[in-house]
Design a protein around this ligand. Structure first.
Ligand code: NI
Length: 174
């Protein structure tokens, strides 16, 4: 278990389509998840994806009970999600502010699907199939975007709604 260095925007490792996990319940996978957890916790993040620590696999973790980075957000159960598939439910989109550990010090307003079904597996290969909305749906879309090589600034429609956290939200941490 270790806090790993976070890959930042501009690095080609954040721009590739991650590889699916083919073996579950392995020591290597447990170690990866422990490293992701340690790194996320050290940074106070609400989610992190394997490519953000330079690992080319379709693994994300997310969850929060109370976040200093997102004080208004409702809680999201801690989840390990592997080889995810996302399906939009309904047509509705919602704008919300996001940050990213790979884009430190900045926030942007990003449109996301309001309602979402996500499917995938946990680290033991047990299937996950959930229908969610609100901040939970936003976090899943943000984290899974990392697996397709997409960072949230690429999804901002109005670049006037993109800036430094300390300017936009002086009371929040980076
Ligand atoms: Ni991110």
């Amino acid at each position: 278990m270790a806090v790993r260095e976070i890959v930042r925007m501009g690095d080609p490792r954040l721009q590739r389509q991650a590889q699916p996990v083919t073996e579950f319940a392995t020591a290597a996978l447990s170690e990866l998840i422990a490293d992701l957890q340690d790194t996320m916790q050290a940074q106070g993040g609400v989610g992190i994806a394997a490519p953000q620590i330079g690992v080319d696999l379709q693994v994300v973790i997310f969850g929060l009970t109370r976040s200093e980075r997102y004080p208004e957000a409702e809680s999201v159960p801690f989840t390990v999600l592997i080889n995810p598939q996302l399906t939009q439910l309904g047509e509705e989109e919602v704008l919300g502010w996001e940050g990213c550990l790979s884009v430190p010090g900045l926030r942007g307003e990003v449109p996301r699907w309001t309602q979402l079904r996500y499917q995938g597996f946990d680290q033991f290969g047990a299937p996950i199939d959930r229908t969610v909305s609100g901040f939970h749906a936003r976090v899943v879309q943000h984290e899974c975007d990392h697996l397709w090589g997409v960072l949230y600034p690429q999804r901002i429609r109005d670049l006037q709604r993109f800036g430094f956290t300390e300017v936009l939200f002086p009371t929040l941490p980076d």
